[in-house]
Design a protein around this ligand. Structure first.
Ligand code: DQA
Length: 147
């Protein structure tokens, strides 16, 4: 089983970007933690980050047939991108939406998510740990799906 961890715009700045909101861990640390947690779960983890909407869409298309699950933190595209939502719906890969911050406790424009319409569910507000919770959730979902 292979899972793709996809991060969108500005998440390359993790660790230095608004640490009060997003924490002090870097994206490299998040990706390393995902790889290690994946190893424990017996799933392989691939990671990709881009600041470009089209590059994220290309990565979602390329995931078809390569990855059985996607963990997506689309950053601000969460709240704006019908194109990313359409890409996620099109590939029909089970997905979990992640946000470091609790988007529902923040500005109203962060309360809506196009990604949610294409996801099994959303994990937000638990910082970097959310990615590991998402791995657990996807693994459980994929096991349920085959049994
Ligand atoms: C975020 C929340 C978004 O509203 C914001 O634009 C981000 C990060 C999060 O992980 O909390 O870039 O997705």
């Amino acid at each position: 089983t292979s899972i793709l961890v996809l991060n969108g715009p500005n998440l390359n700045l993790l660790g230095t970007r608004q640490p009060d909101v997003y924490g002090s861990v870097t994206l490299a640390m998040v990706e390393q933690a995902c790889a290690e947690h994946g190893q424990k779960l017996g799933v392989s983890v691939s990671c990709f980050q881009s600041n470009h909407e089209g590059a994220l869409i290309d990565a979602i298309h390329a995931a078809k047939g390569q990855h059985q699950g996607i963990i997506l933190n689309a950053g601000a595209y969460t709240h704006t991108s019908i194109a990313l939502m359409d890409a996620m719906i099109s590939v029909e890969i089970p997905a979990v939406e992640v946000h470091l911050s609790n988007i529902h406790a923040r500005e109203p424009f962060r309360h809506t998510s196009y990604i949610s319409k294409a996801a099994l569910g959303q994990i937000c507000g638990f910082g970097a740990q959310g990615y590991l919770l998402a791995l657990d959730a996807l693994k459980a979902h994929l096991e349920k799906a085959v049994s």
